[in-house]
Design a protein around this ligand. Structure first.
Ligand SMILES: [Fe+2]
Length: 380
């Protein structure tokens, strides 16, 4: 049975955190944040007040998409200051960084040995409080963390010791995101939910989380982009958390598998990279047959869940799910052509060679390298 973080949600969430700290006055806090967005989103001023009476070390010297060298610097800083509580305030990279520093400092092994063999994680780290400032990755609700070694993406997973202990969902920290940032992070949560729903590892429980997130995102993401509506921002933060809970069980599939080399080698932000092939995957999965089925539950099961997804996504009978997905993604301002994102035709073979097969195996339908290439040419 997977654990769920204790979570505080809504306008009083941050004050619940304040109460938690007051009842633990001797904490030595390792505060993980991004360099710029911590200030821009208003969290720096906010935490400056809440944390003023505590010992705090702020770790922010790392890039987006955590690298192993950065995590090692974080571990040294944590240990040399004898910290015993981690608070991560930021997007998915910040929360993933906090998870990795925490297991690294607790397990006294080389980080590489943990990445290569997560069974080497045998000790729980400090209490970890995750406070997302984007509504997208759902990292506050998952038991895995992404990091890059020499541009190759690794996902470190541990059922018990990577999941944050507490997730605080406080939407005012997302108010300052511009429409592009809101769109790509929101689409990440959307893709996570859709991929979770059709994942070969889905369960009844994960599908409940995923379908709820899909419904919320379809109605709230456009309100965030076009109206900057505060209630929609709060809903998106909750949908992102739900998408995290869904993939915490099912993991992601094809669109995420293809996204990692686009991010790592071509600097396309994670949510944008995921959005590029989401609609294509819907069409591809519709071609499920006895020859290419990956999901143990069989062809008719996969067809049934794709139909359920279509019913969730499609408003008018005349439309197909992939058409609706494509126009939804484009309508919120996300460019979906590879050629417009600085990728050359000659890069496509390179992309195919660098796909993340770990996530591809969760896709309900098996795909060949040739079919991936065709898919990438369709969106070129
Ligand atoms: Fe994602």
């Amino acid at each position: 049975m997977l654990k769920t973080p204790l979570f505080f949600c809504g306008s009083s969430a941050i004050f619940d955190l304040d109460k938690f700290l007051i009842s633990n006055p001797s904490v030595r806090i390792f505060l993980v944040t991004a360099k710029k967005s911590f200030k821009l989103c208003g969290a720096e001023e906010f935490f400056g007040k809440i944390l003023k009476n505590y010992f705090v070390v702020n770790f922010y010297e790392f890039d987006d998409n955590p690298k192993i060298e950065d995590v090692e610097i974080g571990i040294t800083l944590f240990e040399s200051n004898n910290c015993n509580l981690i608070i991560a305030v930021g997007g998915g990279s910040v929360i993933d960084m906090a998870k990795l520093v925490n297991v690294g400092q607790a397990n006294k092994r080389s980080l590489l040995s943990i990445v290569q063999k997560p069974e080497n994680i045998v000790i729980k780290g400090a209490t970890l409080i995750a406070i997302p400032t984007t509504a997208g990755t759902g990292s506050e609700a998952t038991h895995f963390a992404v990091l890059y070694i020499d541009k190759v993406k690794y996902s470190v997973a541990h059922l018990n010791y990577l999941l944050p202990d507490v997730a605080v969902l406080y939407s005012p920290f997302t108010y300052s995101l511009n429409s592009y940032q809101s769109a790509i992070t929101g689409i990440d949560a959307f893709a996570q939910s859709i991929e979770s729903y059709w994942s070969a590892n889905s369960t009844v429980e994960s599908k409940v989380f995923a379908s709820e997130a899909i419904k919320i995102i379809l109605r709230s993401l456009p309100k965030v982009i076009f109206e900057n509506a505060k209630d929609a921002r709060e809903e998106m933060l909750y949908a992102s958390y739900l998408s995290g809970k869904a993939i915490n069980i099912s993991k992601t599939t094809g669109a995420h598998a293809l996204s990692y080399p686009l991010t790592s080698y071509f600097n396309i932000p994670h949510g944008h990279a995921v959005a590029l092939t989401l609609a294509e995957w819907f069409d591809f999965n519709l071609g499920v047959s006895q020859e290419n089925i990956e999901d143990m539950r069989g062809v008719s099961y996969v067809k049934e869940i794709l139909l359920e997804l279509s019913e969730l996504i499609v408003g008018k009978e005349s439309e197909t799910a992939s058409t609706v997905l494509r126009s939804f993604i484009q309508s919120i301002g996300i460019e979906t052509k590879l050629s417009k994102l600085g990728i050359k035709e000659s890069d496509i073979s390179f992309l195919v060679r660098n796909i993340n097969f770990e996530r591809l195996n969760n896709n309900p339908v098996r795909i060949s390298s040739e079919q991936i290439k065709e898919m990438l040419f369709r969106i070129y």
